[in-house]
Design a protein around this ligand. Structure first.
Ligand code: LLP
Length: 402
């Protein structure tokens, strides 16, 4: 990625996010090709980066969308994702979302509890529709990732156990308003070990075979997302081995593979750029204060996540410091005890691997407007979300002032 951060800072001010769309294309193509031995659908996990232009870029490449709210479903539809490529997941869908999803005719609703299946059945009946159902199975496998982004154990809130899933498929088969269409699993995010994925897919594939014996034939096998990326020096799962081991587990089944990558597609396309405001020393401790903050990029504060950081100056005089933002919280930091060069006012600081779960987790805390987002494609930059103004932030409150 060869991006002139300084020129972008002059043009769009700081802080900003910039995403390399050509990188997203090559990630998409790499994974799609890995699955070429079978019919497959890559349903982009919109939560990773839901900017309309990002979703559209992936939709134009042929991607579907994995959505966790009706808002995400509508984003996907708006930019041309075909309804038959949209999946609606999540443990707590509300009635109005289920109703809308049924009316929009998306590919399938990923159901995560018996109670939810009953709700979907009731709502489908009221609408005189047949709901295409996929059930999220929790294989009770430890994905060996950060506990906050681990989802495949019974102690996590996601999915249902095998026996419950079986009962739910039988309910679907016996219902006029439910169509058992797919099966789903997702054991966690930022996965770097293949073994837990293989084991989980095998468990769920066995269930599919059991269901076939009951004359319940599913069309889609959704392996979820979770492929890890390099933030630091992680050793990654090879995409060909990943696809190959999934396809091996599905041997003999006439089923389309669905995969829901988020981070893998967009994580390393993005860089968050802010500029240095001040340096200060408190006692012994050096702080570098930048104009970006935890409200813009919360992963270090929330998960203690590592993001590679560089000060874009030529200074060779490095020393230990904390890189922090202006928000009034001690938890507002991008890195603690990091070696950074001496900085001047307005030096730029790049925080890498910021394409996934960064802008989408941003907030207006401290009445800070969400920052600008920029795309780079074929060497050309363009704004894909303008910086929020003060007026934007207060717009929904102002009219209620007494
Ligand atoms: N499918 C399902 C059902 C999911 O829950 C997720 C992510 C994905 C797909 C996409 O996973 P990916 O390929 O991006 O790993 N905020 C956290 C990550 C939360 C992930 C939630 N689920 C972070 O910043 O690391």
């Amino acid at each position: 990625m060869n991006i002139d951060y300084k020129q972008l800072a002059n043009k769009y001010q700081t802080p900003y996010y910039v995403y390399d769309f050509d990188y997203i294309t090559s990630q998409y193509n790499e994974l799609k090709t890995a699955f070429k031995a079978r019919k497959s659908l890559l349903a982009y996990a919109v939560k990773a980066n839901s900017n309309l232009s990002v979703i559209k870029h992936l939709a134009d490449l042929g991607a579907g969308a994995d959505c966790v709210s009706i808002g995400e479903v509508k984003r996907a539809l708006k930019v041309g994702v075909q309804p038959y490529k949209i999946i609606f997941s999540g443990v707590g869908k509300i009635d109005s979302e289920i109703k809308e999803a049924l009316e929009l005719g998306i590919l399938m609703i990923n159901v995560e509890s018996s109670a939810e299946l009953d709700r979907v059945e009731t709502i489908a009946k009221e609408l005189g529709k047949v709901a295409r159902i996929s059930i999220r199975v929790n294989p009770n496998i430890d994905p060996q990732t950060h506990p906050y982004i681990s989802t495949g154990l019974h102690e996590n809130k996601f999915g249902v156990d095998i026996d419950t899933a079986k009962r739910m498929y039988i309910q679907c088969k016996n219902s006029e308003n439910l169509d058992p269409t797919g099966i789903h699993l997702h054991i966690g995010s930022q996965l770097t070990q293949l073994e837990p994925i293989k084991e989980s897919v095998k468990i769920v594939a066995d269930l599919v075979r059991n269901l076939e014996a009951l004359k319940i034939d599913l069309s889609f096998f959704d392996v979820g997302g979770g492929l890890g990326i390099v933030y630091d020096d992680e050793k990654l799962i090879d995409t060909n081995e990943y696809a190959q081991s999934i396809l091996e587990c599905l041997f003999g089944l006439d089923i389309t593979v669905v995969c829901e990558p988020g981070r893998f597609l967009v994580g390393n396309s993005g860089v968050f750029v802010s500029k240095v405001l001040y340096e200060k020393i408190n006692g012994e401790k050096r702080f570098v204060i930048v104009d970006g903050a935890m409200n813009d990029l919360i992963r270090p504060s929330l998960y203690n996540a590592y993001h590679k950081i560089e000060v874009l100056n030529d200074n060779k005089e490095f020393s230990d410091c904390n890189l922090v933002g202006p928000v009034c919280e001690s938890g507002d930091f991008f890195a603690k005890n990091i070696e950074l060069p001496k900085t001047e006012h307005n030096d730029l600081v790049a925080i890498y691997s910021a394409g996934a779960y960064c802008f989408t987790m941003a907030s207006n805390y401290n009445t800070r407007g969400k920052v600008a987002e920029i795309a780079i494609e074929n060497g050309q930059d363009r704004l894909i979300r303008k910086r929020e103004t003060f007026e934007d932030i207060i717009a929904l409150e102002e009219e209620y002032l007494k």
